[in-house]
Design a protein around this ligand. Structure first.
Ligand code: ADP
Ligand code: ZN
Length: 519
């Protein structure tokens, strides 16, 4: 029998397997189920096409898009593979001739739309065939939280029970944790294996700085590393893109604002300038990016924290497509967290939707506050791995030192408790520092036992403590986004002295920054 590698070479004309293609194919060849996650262009199709050819019988591929189906079948036929599809564009005669060919055992691969697969007569038809593999393309369509949700996908989970002897392989480029878990659960793949590869973008350097004066920090970053380069600066609001672009322009940077509120003509014109000219900085909302394929974007900066790590990965992924060094830079602070929470609260999603979004935010915050390699944190979210230390992120370049903050964590948490679990960091820090501000006096917090017990740290360090307590889940934020903190289930062991807490030292501002002048 011809081996998968022989088929790769003879039929497809490639020398070697890429990423985890080889491992996934071997697993399917042995009859196992799996979920294969690779970014677009990674080579997912071969993971099921080769087993379809190498195993006896016909491969069935469930694919949601008619155009995609037709392209794939055309490409396979050009390589001499007997491939066909069945979809709603076909007439009855054509349909009959494809099913007859399948029943005669002449087809290697058959593509079908999801709405057809689970119909009773189609299942009957399938049971009269020998199937080599069942592939589910674009498996994220099963996720109810995604943009591509297809209700018909929910029924595909039954295929495993209907055809227990046929290995099943699901593939997608959408790999975030929630989607991944949903695919595994709904497609009944929990006994299958997971193959994740290709998500690393080794030429992108990841860096997160604490917001201090974000615009100036951004300007310093651009002046230090990216004068004359093309870049994207993401902001949360339309107004902020305009203000920031104007200010950057006044500082000698060729910057333009771009957002969904602008008229179509200006949007097209700005997009064209960005695409065709060198050194344009686009200050944009997330409305900018879809359909941009400029290979030499040298940096993507975030002045506001994105809503999830998946969004962050996608947005930063627009940098350095040419493979040359590029930067993903972000400035973040506590106000980003409250801002995002408020957006979630104001959205018209239901409780489950809000809960998922809050979880996404927690993960995003964890990335910002990590003491580990950023790349590792980012990739492990996708289930992918990378060599550690990666040597191309801020925490690898300047390993973060930590300090034993157990006592300070206890002071902070007791202060949250004593003041009634409704106040934000500003007020809590005033109490810890023993400041008799009008607000402190008005609510009588100069009388609580935690008043003035935190004078050994300054305000900035306390802010860092609260941010990290939040990122570690040792304290929770009120879900309405007013910034009030309350204790979490995890707070108790800390308060009882059962759990030590280590904090990172926030990096000092780069010395180069102070040398950069603004106008
Ligand atoms: P995906 O479905 O993951 O977006 P495709 O399966 O369409 O990606 O593959 C992307 C391109 O890479 C295709 O042109 C395919 O022929 C090519 N390709 C796939 N595997 C290999 C390989 N092992 N070596 C070289 N090229 C490959
Ligand atoms: Zn690293």
């Amino acid at each position: 029998m011809e081996s998968p590698l022989d088929i790769l070479r003879r039929v497809f004309g490639y020398d070697e397997f890429r990423l985890q293609q080889g491992q996934a194919i071997e697993h399917v060849m042995a009859g196992g189920d799996c979920l294969v996650l690779m970014p677009t262009g990674g080579g997912k199709s071969l993971c099921y096409q080769i087993p379809a050819l190498a195993r006896p019988g016909m491969g069935l591929v469930v694919s949601p898009l008619i155009a995609l189906m037709e392209d794939q079948v055309k490409a396979l036929r050009q390589n001499g593979v007997n491939a066909s599809y069945m979809n709603s564009t076909m007439g009855y005669e054509e349909f009959l001739s494809v099913s007859r060919a399948a029943l005669r055992g002449e087809l290697d691969v058959l593509y079908v739309a999801p709405e057809r697969v689970m119909k009773e007569n189609f299942i009957d038809f399938l049971s009269r065939l020998k199937l080599s593999v069942i592939a589910i393309d674009e498996a994220h369509c099963v996720s109810q939280w995604g943009h591509d949700f297809r209700p018909e996908y929910l029924r595909l989970g039954a295929l495993g029970r209907l055809f227990p002897d046929v290995p099943r392989i699901a593939v997608t480029a959408t790999a975030d944790e929630i989607t991944r878990k949903e695919i595994i659960a709904r497609l009944d793949l929990s006994r299958g294996q997971l193959f994740v590869s290709g998500f690393d973008r080794p030429n992108i350097n990841y860096q997160v700085v604490l917001k201090d004066s974000p615009r100036r920090q951004l300007l310093a970053f651009i002046k230090e590393k990216h004068i004359g380069h093309s870049g994207i600066v993401y902001c949360m609001t339309r107004k902020k893109t305009e203000d920031t672009a104007q200010w950057l322009s006044s500082q000698g940077i060729d910057a333009m604002a771009y957002h969904g509120g602008m008229d179509g003509d200006s949007r097209r014109e700005y997009q064209r300038r960005f695409q065709e000219e060198d050194g344009v900085v686009m200050v944009a909302t997330i409305a900018f990016g879809m359909g941009i394929d400029k290979p030499d974007v040298r940096f993507v900066a975030h002045l506001d924290m994105p809503k999830s790590l998946a969004a962050y990965y996608q947005e930063t992924g627009r940098a350095g497509r040419d493979g040359l060094p590029a930067d993903a830079w972000m400035a973040y602070g506590m106000t980003d967290v409250t801002g995002q929470l408020r957006l979630i609260e104001m959205s018209d999603g239901d409780q489950a939707f809000k809960r998922i979004n809050r979880q996404n935010l927690d993960v995003m915050l964890g990335y910002c506050e990590t003491t580990e390699c950023r790349r590792k944190t980012l990739l492990s979210f996708f289930g992918d791995s990378c060599p550690v230390p990666c040597g191309n992120c801020d925490t690898c370049d300047h390993p973060v030192s930590t300090w034993d903050g157990t006592i300070h964590a206890q002071k902070a948490l007791s202060c949250v408790y004593r003041t009634g679990q409704i106040y934000g960091t500003g007020h809590l820090i005033d109490v810890l520092l023993g400041k008799s501000t009008p607000k402190v006096l008005e609510v009588g917090h100069d009388k609580v036992s935690t008043f003035g017990i935190g004078k050994d740290l300054d305000e900035k360090r306390w802010r860092s403590v609260f941010r990290q307590l939040l990122a570690l889940g040792l304290v929770a934020m009120d879900p309405q986004g007013y910034g009030g903190l309350r204790l979490s289930r995890e707070s108790k062991p800390v308060l009882k002295g059962e759990r030590p807490v280590f904090f990172r030292f926030d990096p000092e501002k780069s010395s180069k920054m102070s040398k950069i002048k603004t106008k």
